[in-house]
Design a protein around this ligand. Structure first.
Ligand code: PLP
Length: 396
């Protein structure tokens, strides 16, 4: 017998059985029309999930990190100037990738736990009268700290300065889970991966490009081969890839994006918000604090929870894995040992979430933290009872 508990890491996320089955399919000829019946619905549904009418959607066999590289290498040339804030491990890694590509990054250092400082972007963009800055990077949801930033405010900073820079958004741990508006926010490239909101195994980088980003790809001089969107575009025009596509994963993506749209994106976002609110009330009942500094930056997909000084937060994660067979996320970078993370995105129900909260309580009690068993669970239960699930997936 095998007993699999849900995972509470912010990706890869739990896979609904029907999505798992969709990935497990017999070999097809990826150069036949059959592949088009998988590819084209994927492109169409992903565009809708992004809330866009016109985005050019690209799917690469890769992960979110490959999506970052796709964005940079297709639009920029060596030495090009980038504006980015560093407020956690993922924004740090994207900046690091820019630097390794020979790009010149102006970094706005931001305390971990805070959101992107759009007012600083405003000042910097207004001062850049020569329009040296080619791209503004924005990590919508900093998975390391559980911090959500205001992308509309970044768009406004660009517009107020009448600045032509492209806006690239890392939506890896937010797209398909938290409100995302490609067209309305004037996003030029959105990046995500298959293993978070889309509830699939890792293996796909999923991107949306605006017309402006497509145009930039004509003059970009950074080297690109595997991630060249021009080859990919030619492939799509013939219902194919420039190389062998990961057909099973894409068949899974076709189903998962259809399921999300069927549930309704607003319902998906509300579901994540409800689940997250229960987790936040539990954290409060434990007498602990979130890494996210203020409620306006609370992430609905991951909570990074600070443990008392002198206590190694990683012990909770290790203990949960070894004793209860449950996965939580460790702290990364600057907050390593200071926080543990509860991932609450993708396929989750109230009942699953309560089991994670109960496990976290057992671990904290086992390790000598002063946490009353049942206190967080009760706080979340009260919230879930008084705010019943609205969509079928939650009750399922
Ligand atoms: C997970 C994650 C990534 C990296 O994605 P991989 O699929 O692991 O390459 C990038 N950005 C954010 C915000 C993430 O959460």
């Amino acid at each position: 017998m095998s007993f699999q508990n849900p995972v509470f890491i912010p990706g890869p996320t739990n896979m609904p059985e029907e999505i798992r089955k969709a990935c497990y399919m017999p070999t097809i000829d990826h150069r036949s029309a059959v592949f088009g019946e998988i590819l084209n619905p994927c492109l169409k549904s992903v565009r809708k999930v992004l809330k866009s009418d016109s985005a050019h959607v690209f799917i690469f066999p890769s992960t979110g990190t490959g999506g970052w590289e796709t964005a940079l290498s297709n639009t920029l040339s060596p030495g090009d100037k980038i504006l980015a804030a560093r407020n956690g491990m993922f924004s740090h890694r994207w900046i690091d990738m820019c630097q390794r590509h020979g790009l010149d990054v102006q970094i706005v250092e931001t305390p971990w736990g805070h959101g992107l400082p759009a007012h600083r972007y405003s000042e910097i963009l207004a001062a850049d009268t020569g329009h040296e800055i080619k791209v503004v990077l924005a990590t919508y949801n900093e998975t390391a700290t559980g911090v959500r930033s205001n992308i509309a405010a970044v768009r406004k900073a660009l517009d107020d300065a009448d600045h032509p820079a492209l806006l690239f958004v890392d939506g890896v741990s937010s797209i398909a889970s938290m409100d995302f508006r490609f067209d309305e926010w004037g996003v030029d490239i959105a990046v995500t991966g298959s293993q978070k909101g889309f509830m699939l195994p890792a293996g796909l980088a999923i991107l949306g490009f605006s017309d402006k980003a497509m145009a930039a790809s004509n003059s970009a001089k950074l080297p690109r081969t595997f991630f060249d969107i021009r080859d990919m575009e030619k492939g799509y025009a013939a219902n194919a890839f420039p190389y062998t596509p990961p057909v099973g994963l894409m068949n899974g993506l076709k189903l998962s994006s259809e399921l999300l749209l069927e549930e309704g994106m607003e319902n998906v976002f509300a579901r994540h918000n409800r689940i997250a609110e229960g987790v936040r009330l539990a954290v409060n009942a434990w007498g602990l604090e979130l890494c996210a500094a203020t409620p306006d930056v609370h992430s609905d997909t991951v909570s990074a929870i600070k443990t008392p000084k002198g206590f190694d937060a990683t012990d909770i994660v290790t203990h949960a894995a070894n004793t209860y067979g449950v996965a939580f996320g460790v702290g990364l970078g600057e907050v390593a040992g200071k926080v543990f993370r509860i991932g609450h995105l993708g396929s989750l129900t109230d009942v699953m979430t309560l089991s994670g909260l109960a496990t976290a309580e057992m671990c904290m009690a086992d390790l000598g933290l002063n946490v009353q068993l049942g206190s967080g669970v009760a706080a979340a239960q009260e919230y879930y009872r008084s705010n019943p699930a609205v969509s079928a997936l939650q009750a399922a």
